[in-house]
Design a protein around this ligand. Structure first.
Ligand code: ATP
Length: 514
């Protein structure tokens, strides 16, 4: 674990050193849980957004996009439940003065018990070798059984307390299980309190009686309130979806994990409107498709898992998370929720306007049910960086390389003249001028070729091309591959096609459309 945290620290400093992510307002000592994306970060982030957007809108005839405003009528947040129920249960440790989410403390405690069980199983698997029967071991080993019984007991208390919003019981679980503050190591806890996560501000001058408005805590509501606009003007037939990418704001209490939990972040959400009764079928459909989207990146299926919710939000009748193995454990990157007709029904009630669909096949009107897929751009960004980050020991050297999927890499090709004279820089520029319309290229002439390769490795550039004296004679260059470091000679005219073949987003899209 310590090693993993080490990797995480290195990832954070690497992100800064190479222009991926900066602390916001750094020269003023920063603003907590707010971050800026640098010159490399913005490219990677845009590529992630493009991958998501195109997978939604190009691959599905019946999914269209919108871009709604951050400010919305305040009653929307009443109708959505955010004014009354968008709360986190928080608890303070009186010694360290640190604030925690009570639910997160308990979840981490449960994860520790799981780890213990898994370690027992791993140990036994090693000891017994081929003849190991994991299921039998889990069902009979006394230590595993004891831990499992403990886990089940705490888990059922926890799920019940969450569902009933029983704050005293949440605290009691922390006390009974002797959960300590990771900083002070003590069990000196305050009561558990609810805390609303929405930021508010005022619209209009106070003289006219300003209106209290909120910074949206999710992009989804902008989709719901535009449901009929899009359905009518786009002549959409159910089932159909509306996708949106945009900023969201939450006044998070615990904001310590870099861009994992931010106060200003970006979401990619899609609401899919279906006939009531068909929602669970579509829930399964989107679950499968969203997992395929993640796995197409090629980081390995073992890095992802589904985690079904213990507590269903007030609007949901099925919900799961896609979790990714971050350096600090498996964490939610995306949520897939069956939201029933809660949102549209509630907006009907609060606005007094009908939000129904006339189904020509059934010859009747109804409020559609909704399946939502909701993913944080920044969390996705962090998962991609974490999976891509590698430190490699080479024969006489070491390197840090970001093994980014080439389609997402900020720079696809670096063109490097071997020396800064003899017409090599001019030749290198010529190559860039012919390829810059197809993908992002970078020119670099400073330092030795080895150092320049390292710089490109560190930002994840999949291809480097070196221009040398032979290039001037026969129009060939050395092309060097980031992951294998293999080098080969290629004619300049073949570069465009060869690189596009590996960096064009459509190859990723084809994988998930199969
Ligand atoms: P968590 O339990 O981690 O607070 P959540 O279940 O409240 O997350 P949702 O409301 O389902 O999250 O939001 C959908 C997605 O938005 C999440 O899967 C995550 O990727 C992203 N997200 C939510 N809150 C944040 C945040 N504070 N910073 C960055 N991304 C976030």
């Amino acid at each position: 674990m310590a090693q993993q945290e080490d990797v995480f620290k290195k990832l954070v400093s690497h992100s800064k050193e190479y222009g991926f992510v900066f602390q916001s307002s750094e020269i003023y000592d920063g603003l907590s849980a707010v971050y800026d994306y640098g010159q490399m970060g913005v490219e990677l982030k845009n590529n992630i957004k493009k991958y998501w957007w195109e997978s939604m809108t190009l691959l599905h005839e019946n999914v269209v996009g919108i871009d709604s405003a951050i400010f919305m009528h305040p009653t929307i947040w009443k109708a959505s439940g955010h004014v009354d129920a968008f709360n986190d249960p928080l608890i303070d440790n009186k010694d360290s003065k640190k604030r925690y989410r009570a639910d997160v403390l308990i979840e981490e405690y449960l994860a520790k018990i799981d780890d213990k069980i898994n370690k027992e199983v791993e140990k036994a698997a090693k000891r017994f070798g081929e003849s190991f029967d994991e299921q039998k071991f889990r069902e009979t080993n006394p230590r595993v059984l004891e831990n499992q019984a403990k886990r089940d007991e705490v888990h059922s208390r926890f799920a019940k307390a969450l569902n009933e919003t029983n704050l005293e019981e949440l605290r009691q679980i922390i006390v009974d299980e002797e959960i300590v503050c990771p900083i002070s190591g003590t069990r000196n806890w305050t009561e558990v309190r609810q805390f609303n996560l929405m930021f508010s501000t005022e619209m209009g001058s106070t003289a006219d009686g300003a209106m209290k408005v909120y910074l949206r805590p999710e992009t989804a509501q902008g989709i719901f309130v535009n449901f009929l606009n899009v359905q009518k003007t786009g002549r959409m037939k159910i089932p159909f979806g509306i996708a949106q990418i945009g900023k969201a704001f939450r006044n998070e209490i615990v904001a310590r994990q870099f861009i994992f939990r931010m106060r200003e972040f970006e979401q990619m959400e899609m609401q899919f409107f279906v006939q009531p009764g068909e929602e669970l079928k579509w829930f399964e459909y989107w679950k499968k498709l969203r997992m395929a989207w993640h796995q197409a990146l090629g980081f390995g299926a073992e890095k992802y898992r589904f985690h079904d919710h213990d507590k269903l939000a007030h609007y949901a009748n099925a919900a799961t998370d896609i979790e990714f193995e971050m350096p600090f454990g498996f964490k939610e990157v995306e949520g897939i929720h069956s939201r029933t007709d809660f949102d549209l029904g509630s907006h009907e009630k609060y606005s007094g306007k009908k939000l129904q669909y006339f189904d020509p096949e059934l010859n009747k009107s109804y409020v559609p049910y909704v399946i939502e897929t909701s993913i944080g751009v920044d969390r996705m960004f962090l998962s991609v960086l974490a999976a891509a980050y590698h430190e490699e020991q080479l024969e006489n050297d070491s390197r840090v390389v970001l093994k980014l999927p080439p389609m997402l890499a900020p720079v696809k090709l670096a063109v490097l003249p071997l020396v800064k004279k003899d017409g090599l820089p001019e030749k290198a520029r010529e190559i860039i001028d012919s390829l810059k319309f197809d993908f992002a290229c970078q020119y670099d002439e400073k330092d030795s070729i080895g150092k320049r390769y390292r710089r490109q490795d560190a930002i994840g550039t999949p291809f480097c091309v070196t221009v040398d004296h032979q290039t001037l004679e026969d129009n060939t260059v050395t092309i060097r591959h980031r992951d294998t470091m293999a080098q080969e000679r290629a004619v300049i005219d073949s570069l465009g096609d060869a690189i596009a073949k590996q960096t064009d987003l459509k190859h990723l899209l084809k994988k998930i459309a199969e």
